[in-house]
Design a protein around this ligand. Structure first.
Ligand SMILES: CC(C)(COP(=O)(O)OP(=O)(O)OC[C@H]1O[C@@H](n2cnc3c(N)ncnc32)[C@H](O)[C@@H]1OP(=O)(O)O)[C@@H](O)C(=O)NCCC(=O)NCCS
Length: 255
């Protein structure tokens, strides 16, 4: 249904994100997210360096800005064995070249919400993941209070797999995140007793590591550590995902 806020009926078109989108992309990210993304992230998105993305425009805009982004999704292909959710996949995933698609950012500008744009973008990501023979799932994190996004992922048949306590650190305050996952290409959760045991051990181990890390380090030390990472790593690697970005984030408003 078209919202009454439009004087002309929007004509929603999906297209690749290009270098000329850089400024708008940065602007929308700044507006929509409490996390500040580095310049390298935007550079990688618009140039397709290790990141896949889809952009959305309204080619019927009355103001003539028919090629200006009004929505986007960005994602990265990661190795399952290097991901934090390897224990949620079949036992073979820990050994083989199986991959996952990790959604980095998804957003639609306010005026164009509730038109099904984000749903279409997620469908594109699922289609893309399904086209990669080694890919077993699409996954993402969402901050625990982001109800529109949580409803959206549930509606799209993503499964909420975990609640990660204190996953995000924004303005010195911790926020939980949910990890949502959508299996593709016959990907499945572990089900043999051995797989289940491996999954439980891995889960406990990661929980133990997290607890140990928390006991050892104060928030301030964490921030300076991630500030160092900022200088030496690309923005988001399979093991340095949104969470690390959140830790880097200081002095900004919450979602
Ligand atoms: C979350 C977001 C991407 C949704 O974009 P959108 O294009 O409006 O989403 P859609 O129109 O495809 O919505 C589909 C479903 O999402 C859910 N949804 C969307 N907006 C909602 C809202 N305000 N409240 C509750 N559920 C909502 C509903 O389940 C909806 O299905 P329905 O229309 O059948 O009820 C958009 O609100 C946004 O950009 N938010 C800010 C950035 C953000 O939070 N990104 C996600 C980070 S993980």
């Amino acid at each position: 249904m078209v919202a009454p806020k439009f004087s002309t009926k929007p004509k929603i078109c999906y297209r690749p994100i290009r270098p000329s989108d850089l400024e708008t992309l940065e602007h929308i990210h700044t507006k929509l997210f409490p996390i500040r993304y580095e310049a390298t992230f935007f550079h990688d998105v618009v140039n397709g360096c290790d990141i896949v993305s889809w952009g959305v425009v309204d080619s019927n805009r009355p103001d003539g800005r028919c090629d200006e982004l009004i929505g986007f999704v960005t994602a990265r292909v990661v190795f399952a064995k290097e991901s934090e959710i390897v224990d949620l996949l079949g036992y073979d995933s820990a050994k083989s070249d199986q991959t996952l698609v990790y959604i980095l950012t998804l957003g639609v500008v306010d005026t164009y919400r509730n038109l099904g744009i984000a749903s279409s973008l997620i469908k594109e990501v699922i289609k893309y993941a399904s086209s990669i023979p080694t890919c077993r799932a699409v996954y993402l994190h969402v901050i625990s209070y982001n109800n529109p996004a949580i409803f959206l992922y549930k509606k799209m048949s993503f499964k909420c797999i975990r609640r990660l306590q204190g996953f995000y650190l924004i303005n010195g305050q911790h926020y939980d995140s949910y990890l949502f996952m959508y299996y593709v290409n016959g990907g499945r959760s572990p089900c043999s007793p051995l797989e289940l045991l491996a999954a439980i051990v891995s889960y406990l181990r990661s929980g133990f590591k997290l607890m140990a890390a928390r006991l050892c380090k104060s928030d301030d030390r964490k921030i300076s550590k991630w500030a160092k990472c900022k200088e030496s790593h690309s923005l988001v690697s399979p093991t340095h995902n949104k969470r690390n970005l959140a830790v880097e984030c200081t002095g900004y408003d919450v979602v």
